[in-house]
Design a protein around this ligand. Sequence first.
Ligand SMILES: NC(=O)c1ccc[n+]([C@@H]2O[C@H](COP(=O)([O-])OP(=O)(O)OC[C@H]3O[C@@H](n4cnc5c(N)ncnc54)[C@H](O)[C@@H]3O)[C@@H](O)[C@H]2O)c1
Length: 434
Amino acid sequence: MMKTKYAQVGTGGRGFMYAQAVAETYASLAEMTAVCDRNLGRAHLYQDYFKEHQTRPVAVYGEEDFDQMIRDTRPDTVIVTTMDRYHEKYIVRAMQLGCDVITEKPMTIEAEMCQRIVDTVKSTGKSLRVTFNYRYSPPRTQIKDLLMSGIIGEVYSVDFHWLLDTSHGADYFRRWHRNKVNSGGLMVHKATHHFDLINWWLSSFPKSVFASGQRRYYVPETAERLGLHNRSERCHTCPEASRCPFYLDLTVGEGLKQLYLDQEQHDGYFRDRCVFSPDIDIEDNMNLIVTYDNHVQMSYSLNAFMPWEGYIVNFNGSQGRLEHRCMESVYISGDDRVPGEMIGEATSTTLFPHFGAKQDIPIWEASGGHGGGDDLLLKDIFTPDPQGDPYQRAADWRGGAYSILTGVAANLSMDNGKVVLIDDLVQGLENPYF
Ligand SMILES: NC(=O)c1ccc[n+]([C@@H]2O[C@H](COP(=O)([O-])OP(=O)(O)OC[C@H]3O[C@@H](n4cnc5c(N)ncnc54)[C@H](O)[C@@H]3O)[C@@H](O)[C@H]2O)c1
């Protein structure tokens, strides 16, 4: 069988999951031709990995040589795992050069970028897969299954509250995510997962968004309150390191050191900038009211300085209420721990039927990264079930667009204090669920 040829742009922490899937788990079906990154040190680490795990040599290209990479190595599919801000640039260019694309979330971060992607998908006819791993996490797939079965009748409203803790949540304030220009803020970078889950759980899409948000915790005043008066730009050189609860030691653990500290010489990027820096311009607490095409209304909140990480989502329907609560393990990206592992005993789903007894629903088992979603997502990408998927977990540009546009609209609404209509943001959107 002919192997599918891949090229990958973005050789950071998350990208390695795809590299490993190509070189190891799905090696009989796939091979990597080349990798591309702005930071050539990180790209060479990937090249070294492929030297050990793949017979075919993998070429390295810099940011400016993306087109050359496609011309030289002729991949079928480009995997995009760069910083969010550049997803659109590589998605559009890869499709123009004749490739299909698999991209990490968020598909992109601004309405204009989303419009360019929508237009390019339509003009080139190429396929664009957006990898929403949360859909594949068994307890979240189970919520889809329960709602599809009509267990609470027609859903009228949703309360959805996501908590990021002072480990994983704080980490967004150290890295490139801390500036909206790179990530779209947490409303896009992080909440794209949550808004996608809701769109998919409800089989609908957002129509209007009202939001308010602010940053109150990751500010210089909090550092002063904690007695951290003598702060530096980054943890590595900070005189307060021994007293700061947010100190990140990049020298502990091979993952962080090799991938970031040892590669700073190539691009000057610091992975451990101070979480209390005044340079940060993203919010740490946000509240939204969202209405959907099927008339569901959702109240949603995201707080990034919580003592535990996870979420609570409640669906209120014509025949009862479904409550789902999930707690995730402590980690930060790249620290060699399993990311987003679900804590089984702290995860529950409960049905409260109208006029009937409460029922605790046994949770579908999940193990591994992101509530067991990562491995199942990869399996579906590399070996899709020919029978199809009753849950429609594979997402394309339509799901990718609707998942980011709630957050894009929230950013606008936080700025102008008004309700933002999704139809005013991007033209040519299509319902993913019909
Ligand atoms: N689905 C998930 O659960 C999940 C988890 C983590 C990250 N992600 C996504 O994966 C992507 C990568 O995140 P990460 O945590 O690996 O970040 P990272 O900082 O570790 O890696 C990003 C890489 O992009 C490179 N890069 C930046 N600008 C570039 C450009 N213009 N051209 C080429 N390369 C460029 C950087 O040098 C770096 O190697 C992000 O889009 C993020 O949202 C998804």
